[in-house]
Ligand binder design. Sequence first.
Ligand SMILES: [Zn+2]
Ligand SMILES: [Zn+2]
Length: 374
Amino acid sequence: MKRDPYEVIGVSRDAEDGEVKKAFRRLARELHPDVNTHDPEAEEKFKEAAEAYEILSDPERRATYDRYGFEGLESRGFASAAHGFGSFADIFDAFFGGDPFGAFGGRAGGRVQGGDVAVEVEISLADAARGTRVQVAYDMVDACRRCGGSRAEPGTEVQACTRCGGAGRVRAVSRTAFGQLVREQVCDACAGQGRVPSEPCTECGGRGVKAIRQTLDVDVPAGIADDQRLRLSGRGHAGERAGPPGDLYVIVRVTEDERFVRDGSDLVSVVDVAAPAAALGTTVSVPTLDGDEQVDVPAGTQPGTVVTLRGRGMPAIGRRGRGDQQVVLNIVVPRNLSPRQRELLSELHESLGEDNLREPADESIVGKLRRAFR
Ligand SMILES: [Zn+2]
Ligand SMILES: [Zn+2]
């Protein structure tokens, strides 16, 4: 039972050509057997995706499929090229070299930009505040160093393809129930390149490209937010036929820090203060990104009071200065009193007068509510 090509590629039925192409490229990069070594089914899935793309990228085939399904395609003589690929190397050729689906830039001979690569890194909040350097490792298709992408063994010649006369494409005529069918196909002798090396490069087997594991140091700027992407131009897959390479996207994940909540460039933290200490006045130790800081709690400090530590927050990328740290003072009422403590508190309670509980004159009830709910 074949899967619906729209489902395979992951696009809606009214998706435009560009969308289909983009989705296929993304999928193909994920599934390519050279890069995807952890999924034993990747090769089969890649063939399935290639066949789906063959159908959806051709307006006539797509319309036929939409109206009559796979049976309609079969009765019109459509046979997928994807399943004709025997070996791994053939798929590689088809995908990165030969371009039988026109997925990578259409006409043979044109320059084709390499695909983009995305890689994820995780850093701490403290590193996000300071800026850091991370090492990323990813699999990519690189130009072969030995032949420099020419596909020929160094010192040997590259000649025009005799099968297609250098055009990269050949016309195939077949007789079908519907009459004579002429299809232009990529030349399989030169894989669409128009030229063939007389002696294929021994390093890349004449493909001009190689899958390699790339390791790179990446500078993460101070102030980066969770999920932000850094673009490293030209660090993606190698281009084809002298096309430029694609880009590398580094997706930065900033892990949560249990001491702080990030609010834009501000950090918010909470510190407990025992109610008697808040009444008497005290000093508390507050963790900041720059180490612990002593903060004065004046006598009579009320629950919900927020102390602002200027410049102890996060920087903003490319800007000077840092945000603030807002320290919420959580006044804790004592529990589990001993008999002696009860006695002392009762005495205190009885001694409290109007003057001890009245709000300061400059704070209205509205101001108090505002402070409580900020
Ligand atoms: Zn080579
Ligand atoms: Zn040829």
